[in-house]
Design a protein around this ligand. Structure first.
Ligand SMILES: [Zn+2]
Length: 232
């Protein structure tokens, strides 16, 4: 009992120090590292970005506000656009983002779209410049929404929730094609670019699967914002 008071004082000191650190940090931390600041989709990726993306997953109104602020073009899907099995709750059709995609329509959840937007401008744009020396002209995809199970299981895929995208490669402005199937293990720039594109996606999406994961992903990256955590 006699140690209770000193221990309480010590604990209060720790709490006060944490509150002080957060208060000071709130003013001085760059927004991408500060979990107290609201996310801006044009901020660079920081230590708090994943936390903030998880927050907008739970707040669809905020998510749509952020897409509007970033001038992402989309059409909201009608509430009854899906089916009983794949209800497409408050999903959208993507119309305009940093890059055109090879498949339309791309139906996606709002928070999946937000993560994709950040990946485009903060991962793909700088990597294409630094590693390949040419901007990306088009992102090559197999699509997003598909009301189906995960291959070989009876569990609904995140594609069935419009919460996933499959990326098979990139077409560059200089005409080159970067192909996940052909170039994943390439020793040169294309392989380096693909590895960095995958690694950057892991900072944003909860599940990132590619050729290293299994044979079903030998020719594409799968990114989703479901409940899992995989980067491979
Ligand atoms: Zn997929």
């Amino acid at each position: 009992m006699k140690n209770t008071l000193p221990r309480l004082i010590k604990q209060l000191g720790v709490v006060a120090a944490v509150i002080l650190a957060i208060t000071i940090g709130n003013d001085y931390l760059p927004p991408q590292h500060n979990p107290l600041r609201p996310i801006n989709l044009n901020d660079p990726i920081g230590v708090a970005t994943g936390f903030k993306l998880a927050r907008i997953k739970a707040d669809t109104d905020l998510c749509y506000e952020l897409l509007d602020k970033a001038q992402v073009g989309y059409t909201p899907l009608a509430p009854d656009a899906g089916t009983d099995r794949c209800p497409l709750e408050r999903a959208l059709v993507l119309e305009q983002t940093n890059y055109p995609y090879s498949v339309a329509p791309l139906r996606m959840s709002c928070h999946q779209t937000a993560a994709l937007y950040i990946w485009e401008h903060d991962v793909i744009t700088p990597l294409a410049e630094e590693i390949l020396g040419s901007p990306v002209e088009e992102v090559l995809t197999y699509g997003t929404f598909s009301c189906r199970n995960i291959a070989g299981t009876n569990r609904l895929s995140e594609h069935g929730r419009a919460n996933a995208i499959d990326i098979r490669g990139f077409r560059l402005e200089d005409g080159r094609i970067i192909d996940v199937r052909k170039h994943w293990r390439d020793d040169g720039q294309r392989g380096e670019f693909l590895t960095a594109a995958r690694d950057g996606a892991c900072k944003l999406f909860s599940v990132v699967l590619g050729p290293d994961y299994n044979a079903a992903h030998a020719d594409h990256f799968h990114f989703d914002m479901g409940g899992g955590t995989i980067c491979r």
